[in-house]
Ligand binder design. Structure first.
Ligand code: NAD
Length: 306
């Protein structure tokens, strides 16, 4: 019997679990659930006889890969897959996939929501500022980036984007201005939304020099990954520019210091919650189950990332 294990420290919504169950059982496979586990040993034990694994932000490191005797595929129900050890998976011939785009709208809405919350002074009753007529820079024009662009345009913002992996014409057909460099994006835009994956190239890539070129009222929204920010630079820009503001779904390690010294110019969600909507949960969970069935039954590797 082919066994699909869903291992989620932070479980999927019930509707998503029911949907995953239907897809898996209709395909003739067995579904095994490990939800709200508290110790890694539980995951190591559960994965032993699994043919396929669905996770959310759960860590699938070398120990998990080694404990899995029959595993053929791991699907991260979400966009980022930096919680999966790709090297160890590839070495064991295990296919790794993500479910791109399934939670993008949830992240885009949260990003804009955080900006409005900050611009309206945390809804404290005092006069705030509007987004209409301002410049929005979309740093990485992927699933999340293009939705942020579209919402920002709908709100009357002037939208720019930078993505070296996309032809400028693809960006411009959405009515968004494509720029040639990251420097150009930051120097043109008062608001910048970071939607980059965390990798060797992007880690700590948002530095002081870049942020210092932003126009008056410089505000960055980061719902991607905390590792993308160079944290000493973040502290330096907060200290050096009284107009600099930062909102994020992925709080930096230096958060305590920012909160103490620059509280009125900073907001972070208490816990990463960009993808925490019923819709995103359901979309990503069901997509993961469908991708596993298509892989096992037809060898479909469309969303493979390793
Ligand atoms: P995506 O894969 O659709 O888009 C990523 C984009 O980044 C691509 O268009 C790619 O060309 C571009 N890119 C890669 N390297 C770049 C570089 N060096 N410079 C500029 N552009 C670059 O992913 P997505 O669904 O849009 O998600 C974006 C990121 O948001 C994810 O990698 C993940 O880290 C994060 N995310 C966070 C949450 C959350 O809960 N806060 C949820 C989903 C995604």
């Amino acid at each position: 019997m082919t066994t699909i294990l869903v291992a989620t420290e932070k479980p999927f919504a019930k509707t998503a679990v029911n949907g995953i169950h239907d897809i898996v059982t209709k395909a003739g496979f067995e579904l095994k659930m490990l939800e709200k586990y508290t110790a890694k040993e539980q995951l190591l034990e559960a994965v032993k006889d699994a043919d396929a694994l669905i996770v959310r932000s759960d860590i699938v490191d070398e120990a998990v890969i080694q404990a899995a005797g029959k595993l053929k595929i791991v699907v991260r129900a979400g966009a980022g897959y930096d919680n999966i050890d790709l090297k160890a998976s590839t070495a064991k011939g295990i296919v790794v996939m993500n479910t791109p785009g399934q939670n993008a709208n949830a992240v885009a809405e949260l990003s804009i929501g955080m900006l409005i919350y900050l611009n309206r002074n945390f809804y404290n009753g005092s006069a705030g500022i509007e987004l209409r007529g301002k410049t929005m820079g979309v740093h990485a024009y992927g699933h999340v980036g293009r939705l942020i662009g579209s919402i920002a345009k709908g709100m009357g913002m002037d939208v720019y984007a930078y993505d070296p992996f996309l032809a400028k014409t693809v960006i411009e057909q959405d009515g968004v201005k494509a720029v040639d460099s990251i420097q150009e994006l930051y120097s043109k835009c008062q608001y910048v939304s970071i939607n980059l994956p965390a990798n060797k190239e992007t880690r700590e890539s948002i530095n002081f020099e870049l942020m210092a070129t932003m126009p008056e009222g410089a505000t960055i929204v980061n719902a991607a990954r905390k590792e993308i920010m160079h944290e000493p630079s973040l502290l330096k820009i907060f200290a050096g520019r009284k107009d600099f503001r930062y909102v994020t779904d992925v709080a930096p390690d230096c958060e305590a210091q920012i909160k103490t010294e620059f509280a009125t110019r900073y907001f972070a969600t208490p816990k990463k919650m960009g993808a925490q909507t019923e819709e995103a949960n359901i979309n990503a969970g069901l997509a993961a189950a469908r991708q596993i069935v298509a892989f096992i039954q037809k060898g479909d590797t469309t969303f493979r990332v390793n």
